[in-house]
Design a binder for this molecule. Structure first.
Ligand code: MN
Length: 243
């Protein structure tokens, strides 16, 4: 048995082939898995549990079918889909998990994060993040009409793109001290996260002990999957995906 991790799918109607790739995952590899963890940004945008875009309905149905088949699905909110709530859990059967969460992964305590909170050098981003995670901001957003929410999401996306273009790559990557601090605080030596779209396995040393930071890949061009079992974790290439 194995446990699967994915993140940063950014599913949206404009990328139907990736929606299809996700549905294929839920029908094939994920059916054999002990659990599926989605570590943020499953959706390009989530406008609220009461406002599921028609293009995303097949994704919801695929998640529902997977959880109904008996495979637990755990979903962490990312910076794109942080408006997911109990309604999302109800329509998918998936369970929302906190960022951060520590799980026992075949005997190795493993810290799961979306990853954006580790990008502490990006002060502008962190300020925006704090603003939109404020309960009052969320309540105001969810009180808007669907049209207003779509407009707001588009504005935020445009601002984010302008910021990304104007900001150095290394500023938008994780801060090494933030990584060390997170591993230390949770007393673990393995971290799995997404968000940066820089898939890699980083071997670290913290307080004289080896530690590992696994970064998940995004799905902009192709599906990207991490499979973990008793023997460790391995990245699964898309060529191995059953279609
Ligand atoms: Mn993200």
């Amino acid at each position: 048995m194995s446990t699967l991790f994915i993140s940063d799918l950014h599913l949206a109607g404009e990328r139907p082939h990736l929606i299809q790739a996700f549905i294929a995952l839920t029908r094939n590899e994920a059916r054999e898995a002990e659990a599926l963890y989605i570590l943020g940004d499953l959706f390009e945008a989530w406008l609220g549990d009461d406002a599921v875009l028609p293009d995303l309905v097949p994704v919801i149905d695929a998640l529902k079918a997977l959880t109904k088949s008996g495979v637990p699905v755990f979903v962490m909110a990312g910076n794109r889909d942080f408006l997911m709530g109990e309604g999302f859990e109800a329509i998918t059967g998936a369970r929302l998990i906190d960022d951060p969460t520590v799980i026992d992964l075949y005997g190795t305590p493993t810290l799961l994060m979306h990853g954006d909170t580790l990008c502490t050098d990006d002060v502008t981003y962190q300020a925006v993040r704090a603003q939109v995670r404020d309960p009052a901001w969320i309540a105001a957003a969810l009180a808007m009409s669907i049209e207003e929410r779509i407009k707001t999401a588009q504005q935020m996306r445009a601002q984010s793109q302008a910021h990304t273009q104007a900001t150095a790559e290394e500023i938008m990557d994780v801060n090494a001290d933030a990584v060390t601090e997170a591993l230390r605080r949770h007393g673990v030596r393995r971290l799995i996260h997404g968000h940066t779209h820089r898939p890699a396995v980083h071997e670290l040393e913290i307080d004289g002990q080896p530690a590992t930071r696994i970064v998940l890949g995004d799905w902009y061009q192709q599906a990207s999957l991490l499979r973990c079992d008793e023997s460790g974790c391995e990245r699964v290439s898309t060529s191995q995906h059953k279609r």
